[in-house]
Design a protein around this ligand. Structure first.
Ligand code: AHM
Ligand code: MG
Length: 326
């Protein structure tokens, strides 16, 4: 058995003088902490019901607020970060000079919040950029296309706690062994199947979807005209879980623009880019309806974009529909 993250980290240390490995170990610590909190959430809530305080007499914190605090502290204390962009914070955090390093981390500390209270899989999403050594960090350092990221990953808190990571040389998956408290390499060199048997979308929004392409694609999935079997619909409503299944089994995940969300719902920096990076690294594709997702140049830290990602051939199909519609 490979001692997954330990081996991976040791390899990265040799290549990067340890800075990235130290950052990664702090991200991993954040994931373990949030995993423990997620697993205990239902129980902690029961205690909280008695008087909205926990056993230590502290106020119960909502899990997403707690996760944000955990990751901010883990990242700042690594001494390797300079700018942090979190879904939970309106403004970017500029790390104080004494604790600054060269990495900018964009993240959603707990994505899929509508699934928290019912105990369905949720996750943390992370993307990492690097600034040039010795240059004062500025917001433009994170307003960069996703293709400039040096790493991206997510941690899924579900029936197992799984960390999926790419540093630009393929994708690896690590599962937390709770008895050891360590992530073990369980999914080396993940490659997404070239075509999938399922599609994943909130079809309840169909009436309000912007444009015909997604409706045409979904119709083809349900009523194929070429003799192929109909595709299954799989939708959890938690991006990490939906993308994780898509990555392992193949298929297609889409969140198009609609009347309610004219630019789509998902955020470019810490949802669209990180997942698109992993998809491409695993041999799949990610498309916004106009361009390769990783080529997008964000102008605001919480900007949104429509996203279509997954198996190579499935994304080709939606691209063809967009090309045909002009
Ligand atoms: P959140 O960041 O507020 O949790 O929202 C993002 C989530 C994604 O995990 C998921 O893909 C999407 O919202 C689901 O949205 P919907 O409920 O509209 O289908
Ligand atoms: Mg989110």
């Amino acid at each position: 058995m490979e001692f997954g993250l330990v081996m991976y980290t040791a390899h990265t240390i040799r290549k990067s003088r340890g800075d990235f490995a130290i950052l990664l170990s702090h991200i991993v610590l954040g994931c373990k902490f949030v995993c423990t909190a997620v697993n205990k959430a239902g129980l902690a809530k029961l205690i909280g019901l008695a008087g909205e305080t926990n056993v230590q007499g502290e106020e119960q914190k909502k899990l997403d607020v707690l996760s944000n605090e955990v990751f901010i502290k883990a990242l700042v204390s690594s001494g390797r970060t300079c700018i942090l962009v979190s879904e939970e914070d309106e403004e970017a955090t500029f790390v104080e000079p004494a604790l600054r390093g060269k990495y900018c981390v964009v993240f959603d500390p707990l994505d899929g919040s509508s699934n928290i209270d019912c105990g369905v899989s949720i996750g943390t999403i992370v993307g990492i950029y690097a600034v040039k050594d010795g240059v004062d960090p500025k917001i433009e350092d994170v307003l960069q296309p996703g293709k400039n990221m040096v790493a991206a990953g997510y941690c899924k808190y579900g029936s197992s706690c799984t960390l999926v990571l790419s540093t630009g040389k393929g994708v690896n998956g690590f599962t937390l062994d709770p008895s050891l408290g360590e992530f073990i390499l369980t999914h080396p060199d993940i490659k997404i199947p070239i075509k999938g048997k399922s599609y994943s979308v909130n079809e309840g929004n169909a009436e309000n979807w912007d444009g015909q392409q997604q409706s045409m694609y979904v119709e083809k999935c349900k009523y194929p005209q070429d003799g192929s079997p109909a595709k299954s619909l799989r939708y959890i409503g938690s991006m990490v879980a939906d993308v994780h299944r898509t990555l392992l089994y193949g298929g297609f995940f889409l969140y198009p623009a609609d009347k309610k969300s004219p630019n789509g719902k998902l955020r470019v920096l810490y949802e669209v880019f990180a997942m698109s990076y992993l998809m491409e690294q695993a041999g799949g594709q990610a498309f916004t309806g106009k361009q390769r997702a990783l080529d997008l140049l964000p102008t605001k830290i919480h900007e949104r974009s429509p996203i279509f990602l997954g198996s190579y051939d499935d994304v080709e199909e939606i691209k063809a529909l967009y090309a045909a519609e002009g």
